[in-house]
Design a protein around this ligand. Structure first.
Ligand code: COA
Length: 146
């Protein structure tokens, strides 16, 4: 089925929360997404939609000329179809069109799937944040310079 990528709105929060809770041990709260959709934060969120089903999302903060990726997630039933790639491709192209010259993110050291996704789009691991996550796991810091 065709995947459409479009900007996320407040109306998407219920479905985004379902994905968030199916993907992460420490999911973001409704309030966190409401804050991101308030228009007060310098962020851009995209969602992936197949038919009437929301199947993934990605967020990025635009800070000066840098893009800080907050999260990328695809519902487990929809993985391996290129949806994560479409989200990253769209968010990076959109950021470049708005003047971003570099992108960064943190990813769990054990999350080789996500690292594979980011490497595909030019992200490189440049360092480690020790015990960054609640379970004390280290984060890899990745950057992609345009
Ligand atoms: C990471 C995630 C977003 C990928 O979404 P997806 O739609 O399955 O990704 P794609 O189908 O576009 O695959 C993109 C790349 O990811 C990697 N990848 C995807 N599935 C993989 C798997 N099962 N094993 C290893 N690498 C995998 C590959 O590098 C792949 O590139 P390729 O298709 O050229 O081989 C998804 O697995 C997910 O939501 N994971 C849980 C949430 C998460 O960990 N988010 C990242 C937080 S930093």
């Amino acid at each position: 089925m065709r995947t459409e990528i479009r900007r996320m709105t407040s109306d998407d929060i219920d479905e985004v929360l379902v994905i968030e809770e199916s993907c992460f041990e420490d999911p973001w709260s409704r309030e966190a997404f409401e804050s991101e959709m308030s228009g007060l934060n310098p962020c851009v969120y995209f969602v992936a939609v197949q038919g009437d089903r929301l199947c993934g999302y990605m967020g990025i903060w635009h800070i000066l000329d840098e893009g800080h990726v907050t999260n990328v997630a695809v519902h487990p039933e929809y993985r391996g179809q290129g949806i994560g790639s479409k989200l990253v491709e769209t968010a990076v192209s959109d950021g470049i069109s708005k003047g971003l010259t570099a992108f960064t993110l943190e990813v769990r050291k054990s999350n080789e799937t996500a690292q594979g996704l980011y490497k595909k789009f030019g992200f490189e691991s440049v360092g480690i944040r020790k015990r960054y996550y609640a379970n004390n796991e280290d984060a890899l810091i990745m950057w992609h310079h345009i």
